[in-house]
Write a protein that binds this ligand. Sequence first.
Ligand SMILES: Cc1ncc(COP(=O)(O)O)c(C=O)c1O
Length: 525
Amino acid sequence: MSSLMNPSFSTLPNHSISIPNNKNRFATTLVSCTSPTFNPSSSDDLNNTNNHSPPPPNIKHEARRHRDAHNFTAKYVPFNAGFDSTESYSLDEIVYRSRSGGLLDVEHDMEALKRFDGAYWRTLFDSRVGRTTWPYGSGVWSKKEWVLPEIDPDDIVSAFEGNSNLFWAERFGKEKCVGMNDLWVKHCGISHTGSFKDLGMTVLVSQVNRLRKMNRPVVGVGCASTGDTSAALSAYCAMAGIPSIVFLPANKISTAQLIQPVSNGALVLSIDTDFDGCMKLIREITAELPIYLANSLNSLRLEGQKTAAIEILQQFNWEVPDWVVVPGGNLGNIYAFYKGFKMCKDLGLVEKIPRLVCAQAANANPLYLYYKNGWKDYKAVKAKTTFASAIQIGDPVSIDRAVHALRNSEGIVEEATEEELMDSAQQADTTGMFTCPHTGVALRALIKLRNKGVIGARERVVVVSTAHGLKFVQSKIDYHSGAIPGMGRFANPPVSVKADFGSVMDKLKDFLRDKSPISSPTQVS
Ligand SMILES: Cc1ncc(COP(=O)(O)O)c(C=O)c1O
């Protein structure tokens, strides 16, 4: 008992841990990875490629042998339904809206989950990090009991997403945020398709895979997208052999984002409208055709996205940061973070939740305006063009979810202008990151709150970086080349130089003149 309860897990087997029926059985129900029927080192098992023999065992076969025996469940309920509401739907139903037309939420059987204490869940989740065990090697599926408890591991479509790095932004914090020394950037964009969307899409496409195996009428999966959702959808559908259809606003997404669904074999419809126009169309189309809707209106995605919050706590050894800053567009992600933190609190893994900041581009800021107006008289806006193109949304689907998240976390909304977001992204890049414009929005929101003294120098802050900077190189090229009028304060364009020793030396001397520790040109001559 004692060695198995030891969080260092030196004696834990490296395969699945089945869920006991009560707290006391925890130590005795850990399942050994030793299989009586498959010996991985046996040459007979591995080398037998004869057509009449079963396929060689793989991690999914192993998972089948170690299926969880538990009775956790989840269902759809109307978002923010009162205690007296009885409306609910099985996750195997195809439903996106409540009877009254409102948003849905995935509700877990918290009483069943509460039969295990916080220490149990912390230890279980920690034991799964970084393994190849199917499906727990994924940062999302390592929390399977809290995500889609009832799905069969065989139906899961995963690229072992999540487990993204938490970067200590030492120089950025110290130099750009008035002496902060506990600033972290959660790099959700260092991921399979280069954005946090992978976290939600693995869940949604897995559920679709399950529905198709149950012969439900789903001919394909579709979404409207500002770029990253379509990339994730098409990749996960391609993994499972499911047709995907994406509606993209013509000329409003980056080239990298466009080429991702094209490469993954999706039907890409480039439509002469903005995101809000694409969203309206896909909703009309999915009401007519058996195409499953993959937008974050669909609450399944948020179940995967919430695991990034749990992961942050895990990475801090279950210590709670003071603030988490999230860039927001359609506003599903800010709610997903809230939900992840809240579940950890409600299930006893931590004692409080962080304060949330939602950061918007000033050119697409309906939530910011609503917040500034004391949450009165919400109005959608016509979003203007922004370099943070993935959050160029004027009529966010998850507005109610975001307001709930912010009001229940003492949250704040901040905004960044085009110049501010591009400058902040560049300032971050000079400290070793390679940020996308959305991360620039979040970083500038932090700087503003730090300058106003709302966030203290010693507080622990996590900024969520939602996409990889490599998806947005054109905006960086334009910034550095001076192609954007009035912008480029921190530009660092390439220096043209003649191909001779003297010319190169002259440039180097200029460059090194004011660089410490080499303080005078004579030292480098
Ligand atoms: C890179 C990036 N950042 C932020 C967001 C905003 O997330 P949400 O729409 O859930 O607010 C998106 C969504 O498309 C995105 O792609």
